[in-house]
Design a protein around this ligand. Structure first.
Ligand SMILES: [Zn+2]
Length: 69
């Protein structure tokens, strides 16, 4: 694979490059300041962020270009 370096969308089966970073936290598993991240392409941003938001996990949606750990 020559494309290993390209960050990919986290949606199952999706091979597109990530454009968004979804920062989330599960209060049952993580301390409040901890951030887990999913990557999303334009197509899956809404689906993935809705999934996290419904569970109350979603903290931030940041353009991939602006993301810094
Ligand atoms: Zn995707």
């Amino acid at each position: 694979m020559s494309t290993e370096e390209i960050p990919r969308c986290s949606a199952k089966g999706c091979r597109q490059a990530a454009v968004w970073v979804l920062a989330w936290n599960n209060p049952k598993l993580h301390t409040p300041e901890r951030r887990k991240t999913w990557l999303a392409c334009e197509e899956h941003k809404e689906h993935l962020s809705d999934f996290l938001d419904l569970r109350g996990f979603l903290k931030d949606v940041v353009p991939f270009a602006d993301w810094s750990e």
